[in-house]
Design a protein around this ligand. Structure first.
Ligand code: NAD
Ligand code: TYD
Length: 353
């Protein structure tokens, strides 16, 4: 691992991973290919440690000429592929870009890697995926393992499932050295405020309603983004080619409990005239809303000695504080990205339940 192509490195997890890797590996050179779609911003890449080892290229992973050129010019030996359309609600309102970026974009990168790494297949292609490909669990069903059959239920998860299959097919068909991680819901600094946790923090601080979809009893398996970064790093260093590793936080509150938790943190460190939980508002449910995700991480624990370092209690407190301390970042991002148009589209139509 010397010259790494990171795709989607201006987004939430990618930018956290670049920060993590620059600190961890003193000799790697990073090329960051990102189109700067709505969730990607150079604001996420300010104050990088050792910034001269990071080269930013604005471009599309679907652009085969560009990807081939970067592979050659920078002698890329490792690809860490984050770039994606990543939001379920957006995939419901407009699925086509999900197929284009998540499926066709992944195929473009696989082809470029196959071509660049020749017959001896000297490189490493690591694909970042999600636990959502496994579908929805009932309360009494066991956690997702690496052998749980795929059962995606949203256009987002269907596109990610498709990309996972393509990645594995390149291992079996062309002997391309690949690994895959399927991770649960991440939270932490630099997450675009369309996802549950930053949206709730932001709405609460602005005194706006906190929109809970359906009954709010859905369950996600929350993981701090730094713990995800460490899992990816361990797979890059010691993962077995062709293998998949599930990565989960082991924290499974209901959405309603989580939002109440955020409210009580805000009550104590940023009090308002009324308790923040009084802003909770039930809205129409997401179509096809997956009920529960839960990930069995025992394989990556046993093989690569990974375990999450952040408890949800401490991680959530730090995240709320990070957003409160970085309102300049929030404001710049929201101005840059026409955030209000998204809120109007997604929430006005949802209205009250
Ligand atoms: P994000 O939406 O914050 O960032 C995605 C990045 O990809 C953005 O910077 C965007 O500009 C870039 N991008 C989009 N289309 C592109 C294209 N065609 N070419 C180049 N760049 C493009 O997403 P995230 O939350 O950081 O997720 C990163 C990856 O992790 C995704 O593959 C996602 O499926 C996966 N994942 C996310 C979570 C989560 O909870 N956020 C959990 C598990 C897995
Ligand atoms: P989200 O952060 O969009 O992640 P994902 O759909 O990938 O799990 O949503 C997390 C959970 O929160 C999910 O069950 C949907 C729910 N949710 C709300 O109840 N209200 C909201 O405004 C949002 C964005 C999500």
């Amino acid at each position: 691992m010397k010259n790494i192509l990171i795709t989607g490195g201006a987004g939430f997890i990618g930018s956290n991973f670049i920060r993590y890797l620059l600190k961890k590996e003193p000799n790697v050179q990073i090329v960051n290919l990102d189109i700067l779609a709505y969730a990607g911003s150079l604001e996420n890449l300010k104050n990088l440690p050792d910034v001269e080892r990071h080269t930013f290229v604005q471009g599309d992973i679907c652009d085969a000429d560009l990807v081939n050129k970067l592979m050659q010019e920078h002698k890329i030996d490792t690809i860490v592929h984050f770039a994606a359309e990543s939001h379920v609600d957006r995939s419901i309102l407009g699925p086509a870009p999900f197929v284009q970026t998540n499926v066709f974009g992944t195929l473009t990168l696989l082809e470029a890697a196959k071509q660049a790494w020749g017959q001896e297949r000297s490189g490493h292609f690591h694909h970042i995926s999600t636990d959502e490909v496994f579908g929805s669990l009932a309360l009494d069903e066991p956690d997702f393992t690496e052998s749980t059959p795929y059962d995606p239920r949203s256009p987002y998860s269907a596109s990610k499932a498709s990309s996972d299959h393509l990645v594995r097919s390149y291992f079996h068909t062309y002997a391309l050295p690949v690994t895959v991680t399927n991770c649960s819901n991440n939270y932490g600094p630099y997450q675009f405020p369309e996802k549950l946790i930053p949206l709730m923090i932001l709405n609460a601080t602005q005194g706006k309603p906190l929109p809970i979809y359906g009954d709010g009893l859905q369950i996600r398996d929350w993981l701090h983004v730094e713990d995800h970064c460490e899992a990816i790093y361990l797979v890059l260093k010691g993962g077995k080619m062709g293998e998949t590793y599930n990565v989960g936080g082991g924290n499974q509150p209901t959405n309603l409990d989580l939002v109440n938790w955020i409210c009580s943190i805000l009550d104590s460190i940023h009090p308002a005239a009324i308790p923040y939980s009084s802003l909770i508002s039930y809205v129409r449910d997401r179509p096809g809303h997956d009920r529960r995700y839960a990930v069995d991480s025992s394989k990556i624990k046993a093989e690569l000695d990974w375990a999450p370092r952040h408890s949800l209690e401490e991680g959530l407190l730090d995240t709320v504080k990070w957003y409160l301390d970085n309102m300049d970042w929030v404001e710049t991002i929201l101005k840059e990205k026409d955030y209000q148009a998204w809120l109007d589209k997604n929430y006005e139509e949802r209205g009250k339940k």
